[in-house]
Structure formats: C-alpha cells, structure tokens
Design a protein around this ligand. Structure first.
Ligand code: MG
Length: 282
C-alpha cells in the first residue's frame, strides 16, 4: 500500500452499470488506483464464484466480500495481511459470517407459498438469465449460493410481515438493486467491511482511510462504517434514501459515477493521475 486508502465497492448499479454490467466508465479511475496499489475490495450480494470471475475481468487479486457480508475471502497468496487467525477454504483464507445456504433455503421453503416468493433455488439458469440479463455462464455462477437466497415477490410484497416471521428463525431480509435477499440476521456488508478494515489496519503503521461506494439499501451499513461515503444514483437519476451525513453524490449512475467519485477523491488526496505521471516522464 503506497498510500493508506482502502476501497469497498458494491458492484451492480455501482461499479457495474445496472443493465449492461459494464465498468467502462470507471476504467481510468481503476487504472489510477492500480498505479498507487490501492486495494479495491468487491463488496457485493454476488457469490464467491461470481466474484472470482469478476476479479479476473477487473485485473484484481484482492480480498472480497460475498453475499452481503456472508463471507470475507482473502487469496491464499495475499501477502499484505496476517491471516493466521482465519480458516483455510480452497484457495482462500476466509471468515464466514453467514449461515449455510441449505439452512437458509430450508426456512425459505417453509414461508414460500404464504408470501408467494420465488428464489434462485427455484429458478433454472435460463430464468436467472431472463430476470438479471446475465450470460448463461454468469447465471450458473450466481446460482452457487453459500450464505443467502435472492428472491422476488410474485404478488404484492408483504415485506414487514415476512421479516417478522423469518426473525423467529434468526434470519432477516435486505434489498439490493434487483432482488430481496434472505440471510442470517446480523450478516451485513457493514460488519464484514469493519472486520476487513481491522485486518488491513493491523498491518499498517498509518491510519487507513476507507472509502465506500454503493447504490441501494443493502449498502447502507457499509456506507455507515467507512470514512468517505459515495452514493451512486440509480439509472433514472434518483438516489436511494439514506440517512447518513457527508454523502458524496456523483451526478452519473453506474461506472461513470464511480469513476467521477474516485477521481475527485484521489484529486483531494493529491494522488497523481496517469496523465500527470506520463507527463513527468518526458
Ligand atoms: Mg447495487
């Protein structure tokens, strides 16, 4: 870490454009972050399998947080953190906050017909493709759930009643850009972000400044625990209603807003842009 900054970012509707899943508008900012070795921690409702693939696309090899804070996964070869207290899971050191998917799914099935809800576990890959616009290969990765069940209401949503009913089983419901998610109570992006920050802070002599970027209700607790908060607008230009102070609100949705917000923050910290560095070389 050249500079003690740490970025936690939501994906859908934030770093990735809502409809196309493109991160084109953020490419320059991403490049600038890479030059300064500033870690970008993907913090999403997506699965570990999806995040592995996205890290490759984005050229990242960093820790990431899957399924709305269900787990933190740190690549086994990641030298920057002391991971001795964590469990070894496949190619990662991991900390799991969520409950096993089969457990979540069992409870989902007991309330399913009463609330007329349909979850990923009920859907074929084709149906997931239809509701998300994902390619088949990505839809298959999205089905590899470990800690949470994304779902939709097929009838009038009775969210409060459902929340109260699943609370008896130790579960809760959060809402992302496309789906509701059934998950363990107490499992959220905020807790996972705070714990991950602690790991980085333990290895850094300087106070780390954290930046969070999100667009929906399930990003609230993540934005609450970071130092610099960015709320990205939705595709229609409106912002999620968030009762938090010092929210930075870029003017554009998706990756373009992400790029603009990160560029402004790096300028504030006077971290050189690629153009400036290129200029200096000549
Ligand atoms: Mg989102």
């Amino acid at each position: 870490m050249d500079f003690p900054l740490l970025i936690f970012t939501d994906l859908d509707g934030t770093l990735l454009d809502h409809h196309s899943y493109s991160f084109k508008g953020a490419e320059e900012a991403l490049q600038r972050l890479r030059r300064h070795s500033i870690p970008i921690i993907l913090t999403s409702s997506k699965t570990r399998a999806e995040l592995q693939t996205l890290q490759e696309k984005l050229g990242l090899n960093e820790p990431f947080i899957s399924e709305n804070g269900g787990g933190v996964f740190i690549p086994a070869d990641y030298a920057m953190l002391d991971t001795t207290a964590l469990e070894k899971l496949d190619d990662y050191h991991a900390k799991q906050f969520g409950r096993p998917y089969r457990n979540i799914r069992t409870i989902f099935e007991t309330v399913q017909s009463k609330y007329n809800i349909r979850g990923f576990g009920d859907m074929t890959a084709e149906e997931i493709m239809e509701v998300t616009g994902l390619l088949k290969s990505d839809a298959l990765l999205a089905r590899q759930r470990e800690f949470s069940e994304p779902f939709r209401f097929l009838a009038e949503p009775r969210l409060q009643e459902l929340k109260e009913e699943v609370a008896d089983h130790g579960l809760t419901v959060t809402r992302g850009g496309r789906f509701y998610h059934l998950l363990a109570a107490g499992q959220d992006k905020g807790l996972a972000v705070a714990q991950t920050t602690r790991l980085f802070q333990a290895g850094s002599p300087d106070k780390i400044v954290t930046i969070g970027l999100g667009d929906a209700e399930n990003d609230y607790l993540m934005l609450k625990v970071v130092d610099i908060r960015v709320l990205i607008p939705k595709p229609d230009g409106s912002y999620e209603n968030m009762d938090l102070p010092y929210l930075r609100k870029p003017a554009y949705p998706g990756s373009k807003g992400w790029g603009a917000a990160i560029t402004a923050i790096l300028d504030d910290f006077q971290l050189a842009s690629p153009e400036y560095e290129d200029h200096r070389l000549h």
